[in-house]
Design a protein around this ligand. Structure first.
Ligand code: 5FU
Length: 275
């Protein structure tokens, strides 16, 4: 049976990558395939949102470079919340440069992403050297990488043979590449008929998820957890504004309500998929 019909627990038991295994174990333990994307610009709001959604998520996704008042202590507080609420951390850095540069961007600078982010991601556009560059930093730390095989935006160029090549690149580096940012399951994509890919288990993390909206005014497109998890076979729903809101300021009670609502919807969609 493919990873599509296996439980998260069955997949966790066999997964060779420590970060993928930890994520699958966390999903099963918390009965949550929800990742909240906390795209707010003030450090205290960032921590407040994470503290309230923490019980409902397997993973917190960050864009650490949008935080205006960033300081190293913010990462320590994020790590304390990760321990308190039992979730992993995914910095959505979307690396896209040559191997030497991405290794420096991942390890160094103000943010030192590799030291705290269990999972990060990269565009496959430079070719396999981006994976080996990032792996030189992340693999010794037990980190995992997602390749952007598809995007949620209208008019995305990541389609067709580009997506297939992304999957082939992952297959050739499956010790460090744990899956994809994509809109559907990638089982068998880009594989020749002769090639056996039955043992591969790539996680599919999917942004562009909303229950009340179909998109925004800047090209984002939303699908429901049922469309994403049940119909398209994705593993983790990534939700930002659907949970923390689109207005000015954060209504922390509403954030909690939405987090629980999306957790329940994502889990129900998974139970429907595995039957
Ligand atoms: F790779 C991608 C993609 O294809 N679509 C996305 O929306 C990443 N994202 C991210 O997910 C984006 O950068 C936001 O951080 C988040 C979606 O936020 P939303 O508020 O749920 O639209």
């Amino acid at each position: 049976s493919s990873s599509q019909t296996q439980t998260y627990a069955q997949r966790a038991a066999k997964h060779p990558n420590p970060s993928a295994k930890a994520l699958l174990d966390t999903i099963e333990r918390k009965k949550s395939n929800l990742c909240v994307s906390v795209d707010v610009t003030k450090g205290d709001e960032f921590l407040n949102v994470i503290d309230v959604v923490g019980p409902y998520v397997c993973l917190i996704k960050t864009h650490v470079d949008i935080i205006e008042d960033f300081e190293t202590s913010l990462i320590e507080k994020l790590q304390a919340l990760s321990a308190k609420h039992d979730f992993l951390i995914f910095e959505d850095r979307k690396f896209a440069d040559i191997g030497n540069t991405v290794a420096l961007q991942y390890s160094s600078g103000v943010h030192k992403i590799a030291t705290w982010s269990h999972i990060t991601n990269a565009h496959p556009v430079p070719g396999p050297s981006i994976v080996t560059g990032l792996a030189s930093v992340g693999k010794p730390l037990g980190r995992g990488l997602l390749l952007l095989a598809e995007m949620s935006t209208k008019g995305s160029l990541a389609t067709g043979t580009y997506t297939e090549e992304a999957v082939r690149m992952a297959r050739a580096h499956s010790d460090f590449v744990i899956g994809f940012i994509a809109q559907r399951r990638m089982d068998g994509v880009g594989a020749s008929a002769a090639q056996s890919v039955v043992d591969e288990d790539f996680l599919i993390l999917t942004p562009g998820v909303g229950l009340d909206s179909r998109g925004d005014s800047m090209g984002q497109q939303y699908r429901t957890p049922k469309e994403v998890v049940t119909e398209s076979g994705c593993d983790v729903i990534i939700v930002g504004r659907g949970i923390y809101g689109t207005g000015n300021g954060i209504d922390i009670q509403a954030v909690q309500t939405q987090a629980e609502r999306y957790r329940a919807a994502g889990w129900a969609a998974y139970l429907d998929r595995i039957g």
